[in-house]
Design a protein around this ligand. Structure first.
Ligand SMILES: [Zn+2]
Ligand SMILES: [Zn+2]
Length: 319
């Protein structure tokens, strides 16, 4: 008998983790680049320019390529997950004569069997799964595979990846397999169980919560700047060109940071936006509330956007 058979949800979990690992790498580099600009150049009283940006990403080429490869592998796992939901045995390659020796005499682990070639996954999927891939997905998948092959097998300097492409690929893949506007929620789930955040002490005290939130704010702040407005709206439900504010709910959590000081939050991404006349919504934590027309209690602040539930001013955080 074949044992240790992978389940559909195991494939989906691994796929999601691969997308997040790739995102970690690229978002980490973008945040680092941004921070270098803020600190090093500010101290020198100089601006960093396009050549800095180019040099930085040239040096990061390998990290970008690795991330892109992880995304491709993640997508293969998503497809395998769907196939495994029909039957994991469909993923086995070759005739029984090519199967591991003695497999009919003793139990063999699924991983000892050769699995079908990656290039056959789409055909297999569309033959057995109840819903075929859309033509757009097929085109996207083929393009991703071929550009990855080009990048892997050439030393041509003109063929390169940029961080925006890798991020957009992650977001598209996740949306296709896991549903719309789901990435930030998935990001929280992933960051909540990183190795450090899995330790017992951390779990008992939940001290990681404000740091996880800070990380999401930090990376989104940089990424929203990089991605096209249409993508930012599609994947995060955030209108890049519209005014946004500090979210009172995120603010309350961030106040638990060890190094939090009043005014500190102003440096961070403001994810709270108007959705109707006086109702606001946070694309990071999904908090939504209305604002009162009352003036903020802080003397130097002339805002009249005070959150009705939390009583916090959206502009200065007083309340
Ligand atoms: Zn929020
Ligand atoms: Zn205020």
């Amino acid at each position: 008998m074949i044992v240790d058979i992978p389940t559909s949800s195991e494939f989906f979990d691994s796929a999601t983790d691969l997308l997040h690992s790739a995102w970690d790498q690229v978002a980490g580099l973008l945040v680092e680049f941004d921070e270098i600009g803020d600190f090093a150049y500010e101290a020198l009283d100089e601006e960093f320019d396009d050549s800095d940006y180019e040099q930085y990403w040239k040096a990061a080429k390998q990290a970008l390529t690795t991330s892109f490869t992880m995304v491709q592998q993640g997508v293969e796992f998503f497809i395998k997950g769907r196939i495994a939901s029909v039957s994991p045995y469909l993923l086995l390659a070759g005739n029984p004569s090519a199967w591991p020796k003695q497999c009919d005499k003793e139990d063999k682990s699924f991983s000892l069997f050769r699995s079908i070639d990656a290039q056959d996954l789409v055909k297999l999927h569309d033959t057995v799964f109840h819903e075929r891939f859309s033509p757009q997905f097929r085109t996207w998948y083929e393009e991703m595979r071929s550009s990855r092959n080009k990048i892997m097998h050439t030393v041509d300097k003109k063929v390169s990846l940029n961080p925006e492409t890798v991020l957009a690929t992650i977001l598209y893949a996740h949306e296709y397999f896991c549903g719309e506007k789901n990435w930030i929620r998935s990001r929280f789930e992933y960051l909540d169980k990183t190795p450090a955040n899995s330790m017992r002490y951390i779990r008992q005290h939940e001290e990681h919560k404000p740091y996880v939130l800070l990380q999401v704010h930090t990376e989104l702040g940089v990424i929203v700047e990089k991605l096209q407005p249409s993508k930012v709206n599609r994947y995060f439900g955030f209108q890049k060109k519209r005014r946004s504010y500090n979210c009172p709910s995120c603010y309350e959590v961030l106040m638990d940071l060890d190094f939090f000081e009043p005014g500190y939050h102003n440096e961070y991404f403001k994810p709270y936006q108007k959705i109707t006349e006086n109702a606001f919504f946070c694309c990071v934590c999904s908090y939504s509330e209305t604002v009162s027309g009352q003036r903020c209690i802080e003397e130097h602040c002339d805002s009249n956007l005070v959150d009705n539930e939390k009583g916090l001013c959206l502009v200065c955080g007083a309340g």
